[in-house]
Ligand binder design. Structure first.
Ligand SMILES: Nc1ncnc2c1ncn2[C@@H]1O[C@H](COP(=O)(O)OP(=O)(O)O)[C@@H](O)[C@H]1O
Ligand SMILES: [Mg+2]
Length: 249
């Protein structure tokens, strides 16, 4: 997947809102790419444009023909009228599989990630953390070529967030699909990704691209290592200087 000089505007004339400006990057096959940037800089617009939900005003997006892309939202990715189990198995690829296999695969992941005994619960009966677990499990069971995740852990408390980051890596590491993961949390971006795009805006523009050199599997304790902190400081400084430029004309 490759974005070349992508711009997106909403409205026109005096009411025009420029959400993205000249954004270019590629997401390599099997890569975990994070996109980090301040609130309102255009991250969601970027994912929605990649997912083909918003047409770019300028530039092009090259996708692999026939490749399925799936988007996981910050909240409310689940159907409120379906149980956790039915939500987990909802997905195109899954529907092709036999009902027995489908259910067994979903139950196994729900059990493994803390939803044992809650398979029959509806979303309103689950915590935010449980709902996001189901949304992530559904994404993996559905097995798209590219997974887009829009701050899926942003609404969680710090403990739950750490747990879900580890669970996401445990699901992703065995057969690495391309992921584009949006976050505004620097630690989360470093812990999860192979590479980080730093955005400033609005309009969203790529101001830096940093490889993350740490070996996998990664554990939360990595966040205490000096090299990790060094990278965190670099990204922090990048985001800080972008903020200053947006207030100092
Ligand atoms: N559908 C829309 N119509 C008009 N403006 C929009 C729309 N979606 C997003 N925007 C604007 O585009 C900018 C980027 O928004 P968004 O992509 O949601 O940022 P982020 O996800 O980084 O917080 C904001 O100024 C926002 O108000
Ligand atoms: Mg957003």
């Amino acid at each position: 997947m490759r974005c070349s000089h992508v711009s997106v505007s909403f409205g026109s004339g005096a009411a025009e809102i420029r959400a993205l400006h000249d954004v270019s990057f590629d997401a390599r096959e099997g890569e975990f790419l994070s996109v980090i940037g301040p609130s309102g800089c255009g991250k969601t617009t970027l994912l929605r444009t990649v997912a083909n939900l918003i047409p770019p005003t300028g530039g092009t997006i090259e996708r692999v023909p026939g490749e399925r892309i799936l988007l996981v939202f910050q909240e409310d990715s689940l159907f409120p009228w379906m149980t956790a189990l039915d939500n987990a198995v909802f997905g195109l690829e899954m529907q092709k599989a036999g009902a027995g296999w489908r259910e067994a695969a979903a139950r196994e992941l729900l059990d493994r990630f803390g939803l044992k005994g809650r398979e029959g619960a509806y979303p309103h009966q689950l915590s935010v953390g449980m709902k996001q677990r189901v949304a992530v499990i559904r994404c993996f069971l559905s097995n798209p070529a590219v997974m887009l995740m829009d701050e899926p852990f942003a609404a969680l408390d710090a403990q739950t967030r750490l747990a879900l980051q580890q669970e996401l890596l445990a699901l992703w590491e065995p057969n690495r699909k391309t992921v584009i993961f949006v976050t505004h949390d620097i630690e989360e971006a470093i812990l999860l990704s192979d590479r980080i795009l730093v955005l400033s805006g609005p309009p969203g523009t790529v101001i830096d691209e940093l490889p993350v050199p740490f070996a996998r599997p990664r554990h939360a304790s990595l966040t205490l290592e000096e090299e990790f902190l060094e990278l965190k400081r670099r990204i922090w400084a990048k985001l800080g200087s972008a903020r200053m430029e947006s207030v100092v004309p």
